[in-house]
Design a protein around this ligand. Structure first.
Ligand code: OAD
Length: 227
């Protein structure tokens, strides 16, 4: 039997039960902040300290010992272990490192990573576990893709989507492109498309199979059918 090629798109919903806020829920991250201030390059130029404070706060939250991968992250890591890194790719919109902590290896962080910063001049990407002080280093920006910027590794993602047998979308509201359009590309490539989310996403009608419930429950159950 040939091993299926599986592309998994994850969003903030997969990390909600690990204690990290989603963006668009009531009390979600974007409720207390103006996206234009903290998630655009223009906002950064206007007030870099406010932007660094925001990502410093998120970086600290992520490293709180209570924040750990949940059963959904572990199920995806097990899938990769069973089917091989060549056959399972996680494309995550999340800037946390919970997929890595769970043991997944083949991961694309299309929106960047909270535990990295980037030198604006050289493009060098550097690990970062502490607060960034703009006054001390004006060249370092968060390694985060802001609105209006191009997500990372898009060529690799489209290549994987074009070969996928399964496309599984987990914990994303379908508000943000290009990720929200991946299901159409996978469908065109003949993949089986599956949505696992707490509630129907904006792109719900594009998926062939939909299962709704908390990620820690629905993801392990569905992944078990593929192993
Ligand atoms: P959203 O906050 O837009 O959506 C999170 C989704 O997860 C919603 O559809 C929720 O119903 C669902 N959800 C919540 N709790 C869940 C649980 N326990 N189990 C399963 N699903 C659950 O987050 P994203 O779709 O990830 O970009 O947002 C996409 C992008 O918008 C983010 O990467 C971020 C943001 O602006 C950047 O910062 C660049």
């Amino acid at each position: 039997m040939t091993i299926p090629k599986i592309v998994i798109l994850t969003g903030a919903g997969i990390s909600a039960e690990s204690g990290l806020s989603t963006f668009r829920a009531q009390n979600g991250l974007w409720e207390g902040y103006d996206v234009n201030d903290v998630a655009t390059y223009e906002g950064y130029i206007r007030n870099p300290t406010v932007v660094h404070d925001f990502y410093n706060m998120l970086r600290r939250k992520l490293q709180n010992p209570s924040v750990k991968p949940n059963a959904a992250h572990f199920a995806l890591a097990e899938l990769e272990q069973k089917l091989g890194t060549d056959n399972v790719l996680i494309v995550t919109q999340n800037v946390d490192n919970l997929h890595e902590q769970a043991g997944s290896k083949n991961i694309i962080h299309m929106h960047g990573e909270l535990l990295k910063v980037r030198n604006e001049k050289t493009g060098q990407i550097i690990d970062c576990f502490n607060d960034v002080n703009y006054q001390q280093n004006k060249l370092i920006r968060p390694h985060i893709v802001w609105f209006g910027e191009i997500p990372l590794q898009m060529e690799q993602i489209y290549d994987a989507l074009s070969q996928a047998d399964y496309f599984i979308s987990i914990g994303t509201s379908g508000n943000v492109y290009p990720a929200a359009g991946f299901v159409q590309i996978a469908n065109q490539a003949g993949a089986k498309s599956i949505e696992l989310n707490l509630e129907p996403s904006l792109g719900e009608s594009l998926f062939q199979t939909k299962i709704y419930g908390p990620a820690s429950k629905v993801v392990p159950k569905f992944i078990a059918t593929l192993i």
